[in-house]
Design a protein around this ligand. Sequence first.
Ligand code: SME
Length: 137
Amino acid sequence: SNTTTTTDDKLLQICQLLDQNISYYNWVGFYFKNGDKNELKLGPYVGAPTDHTIIPFGKGICGQVAVSNENFVVPDVAAQDNYIACSITVKAEIVIPIFVNGENLGQIDIDSNTPDPFTEADERFLEFVCQKVATLL
Ligand code: SME
């Protein structure tokens, strides 16, 4: 059939759903570990194009989550010294790791143009989304 939905199509649909339904989610994308390299690679996303399609482990909020295996909620990106700016409109960021069989394979990354918008409810919701994403990988 010509109607097969690929994994990337499904991930893009998730980005679109989140971006369109949650007013303070203004850039929504996935980064995944890039083979055996110590870096993340940009996957499907919705929002302004970014130059940061490859992020070394440890660099920026995303690179730190690749190493820490922990959620990272940033209420004010201007207060972070290890931060990669993609757009001057961004005020806050949340990154949640995606685990498959206990292994951190990537993450969902969300930028907000609203200061300090993310609550524990966002963390719990996005953990749930990441668990569903893990079943697609
Ligand atoms: N701000 C991120 C880089 C990715 S952009 O937000 C799309 C970071 O510091 O890792």
